[in-house]
Design a protein. Structure first.
Length: 473
C-alpha cells in the first residue's frame, strides 16, 4: 500500500543529486526507518527540528547489480562500505555522511518491500518514503499503528536479537505508545536471553531511555509486563512496597519512582538540559527511593498517633542500591558517582521551616554535593531531583522547597568556596601532617560554612586562635 505525501521530509542540500543519480542507474532510493516515522509524527508541528544527516537512512531497491550500482555511484560521489559483510554503505555529500543499503531483489527494476520490511523490528519503523515520487510505502500496516499509537513487531524475526525488547521499551519511553498484546508475549518469551546480552548494548539502550524518554512510567510498565525488569532487580523490588497515603497517594514505591522520572524528564525538556545533565536528572529521580525496600516499616497506631508507614534513613541507605543498579547496566563511572550524592541528599530540603535554609545549611549542602574533589553535582542538579520527587506523587504532589535553597546558594556564589585554611598554613604554623592536621582542616571548613571564616585574614586569625587554645589546654 502507498499514498502520496508531498514534502514529508525536506531533503538536505546535495542529497537530491544522489537520489537522482540512483534513479539514473536503475535504482529506486527510499528514505526508511525513524526519519519517516518521526516526520509523520511531526508533520503538523511547525517547530519540528530539521533532520540531520545521521537521521536519514536510505534503502536502494530494484538494482540489477549492487556491485555495478556502487561502482557507478562511486564515479560521482565519495562512497565507502562498512560492516562485516559490507552491507552498509556511506556516501559523503557536502561534509555530511548518509548511510544506505541496497535491498536484494529477485526481480530487478521491481519495487518489493516485503523482504526489507521483514527485517525491521516494529511496524512503525518499516515505513518508507520515496523522495522523488513522494509516495509513502506502508508494507506491514505501520501507518495505522502509528496513528493508533501502537507498537507491534513485524514478524517472528523480532526474536533474532533479544535487545529489540529494550528498543521496544525505549520507544515506549519516547512515544508513550501502547504495546500490542502479541508483542508483549513475544518479548516475555525472550526474557531468559536477557542476561546474555553484552552490557555495552544494554547500556546503550538504557542511556537513550534516560536522555530521550518522556514517558518513563510507561516504560516501567512494559519492563514489568515483559518480565524484563529482571535486568534491574533493585528497581523491580520496589513493586508492592507501600507508602503512607498521606504523602504518597499515587501508590507503591515503583509507581512513585516512575512518576518522579516522568517529572524529571519534563523538567529536562523545560530547562533544555544537555544530554549529560538530562541523563543524571532522570536517573537520580528514577532511583532515589530504592532503599525503601529495606527501610519501610508499618508502625502500629498508638494513643498519640494513627498507624503510619515510615522509611527512616532511606536517603542514606539508598546510595548503594542506586549505584549498584547503574553499574549492573553498564553506566559510566561518572554517572554512578554523581547519582550517589543526589540520592543521599534528596530529603534535605524538607528539613527546614518556612523561613528557608540558613546560610550555613546551604554551604554545607553544596560542599557535600560537590564532594572532596569538587566535581560532584551542583545545587541546581539537586533541586531538579527534589522537584521531581515532590511532583511524582499523583494527586498528593507537594510544593518543592528546593527553590529556596537555590536562591540562597545564588547569594553565596552558587558553588562551594575553596577552603581558606590550607595544609600549607598549618605547616607554616609549625605543625606536621598527622591526625591533628586533618582535624584542624575539617574544623576550618566547618567554620567557613558557618560564616566564621570569610576571607584569608579571618582564616588565619581563626587558625592561630585554635592553636593557642589547643596549646593552652
Amino acid at each position: 500500500m502507498s499514498t502520496v505525501i508531498p514534502g514529508l521530509i525536506a531533503i538536505p542540500t546535495g542529497l537530491d543529486r544522489f537520489v537522482a543519480a540512483c534513479r539514473a542507474n536503475g535504482a529506486v532510493p527510499l528514505i526508511v526507518g525513524g526519519a519517516v516515522r518521526d516526520a509523520l509524527l511531526r508533520r503538523h508541528d511547525d517547530d519540528a527540528a530539521a533532520l540531520r544527516s545521521s537521521d536519514i537512512d536510505l534503502e536502494l531497491h530494484g538494482a540489477s547489480s549492487p556491485e555495478q550500482l556502487i561502482s557507478a555511484l562511486g564515479q560521482e560521489f565519495s562512497v565507502h562500505s562498512r560492516g562485516v559483510a559490507f552491507e552498509t554503505h556511506v556516501v559523503r555529500i557536502e561534509a555530511s555522511d548518509y548511510e544506505f543499503t541496497i535491498a536484494h531483489s529477485d526481480l530487478p527494476g521491481e519495487l518489493d518491500l516485503s523482504a526489507s520490511a521483514a527485517r525491521r523490528d516494529l511496524t512503525i519503523n518499516a515505513l518508507a518514503w520515496d523522495p522523488a515520487s513522494a509516495e509513502l510505502h506502508n508494507p506491514v500496516g505501520g501507518l495505522r499503528d502509528l496513528e493508533d499509537g501502537v507498537l507491534r513487531h513485524v514478524s517472528d524475526r523480532f526474536a533474532d536479537d533479544p535487545l529489540r525488547v529494550l528498543r521496544l521499551v525505549r520507544f515506549v519511553a519516547l512515544l508513550g505508545f501502547e504495546v500490542a498484546p502479541e508483542t508483549v508475549e513475544l518479548a516475555r518469551s525472550l526474557e531468559p536471553r536477557a542476561a546474555s546480552l553484552p552490557v555495552e548494548r544494554v547500556w546503550n539502550e538504557f542511556e537513550r531511555i534516560l536522555t530521550g524518554g518522556v514517558y518513563l512510567s510507561a516504560a516501567l510498565t512494559i519492563l514489568r509486563k515483559t518480565t524484563w525488569d529482571s535486568l534491574v532487580p533493585e528497581l523491580a523490588a520496589t513493586q508492592g512496597i507501600p507508602q503512607d497515603a498521606r504523602w504518597h497517594a499515587e501508590g507503591d514505591v515503583w509507581t512513585h519512582l516512575g512518576l518522579a522520572a516522568d517529572a524529571a524528564a519534563a523538567f529536562a525538556v523545560r530547562d533544555d538540559l544537555s544530554a549529560q545533565d538530562r541523563r543524571l536528572c532522570v536517573a537520580a529521580a528514577l532511583l532515589h527511593d530504592l532503599s525503601k525496600v529495606t527501610t519501610t516499616v508499618i508502625e502500629p497506631a498508638s494513643s498519640e498517633s494513627d498507624a503510619r508507614i515510615t522509611s527512616r534513613g532511606h536517603e542514606t541507605a539508598g546510595v548503594e542500591p542506586a549505584m549498584a543498579l547503574l553499574r549492573r547496566i553498564g553506566a559510566p563511572a561518572e554517572l554512578v558517582r554523581a547519582v550517589g550524592p543526589l540520592v543521599r541528599e534528596h530529603m534535605v530540603a524538607m528539613s527546614v521551616g518556612e523561613n528557608g535554609p540558613s546560610a550555613s545549611a546551604v554551604r554545607r549542602l553544596m560542599r557535600r554535593l560537590a564532594g572532596a574533589h569538587g566535581t560532584g553535582p551542583t545545587i541546581d542538579q539537586w533541586a531538579r531531583v527534589v522537584d521531581a520527587d515532590c511532583a511524582g506523587r499523583g494527586v498528593s504532589a507537594i510544593p518543592s522547597r528546593a527553590a529556596a535553597w537555590v536562591e540562597a546558594a545564588r547569594r553565596y556564589g552558587g558553588t562551594p568556596t575553596a577552603p581558606l585554611v590550607t595544609g600549607r598554613d598549618l605547616i607554616d604554623a609549625g605543625l606536621r601532617p598527622g591526625a591533628r592536621f586533618s582535624v584542624l582542616l575539617a574544623a576550618s571548613v566547618e567554620a567557613q560554612d558557618e560564616g566564621v571564616i570569610d576571607d584569608r585574614a579571618s582564616a588565619l586569625h581563626w587558625l592561630h586562635t585554635q592553636l593557642r587554645r589547643q596549646d593552652a589546654s
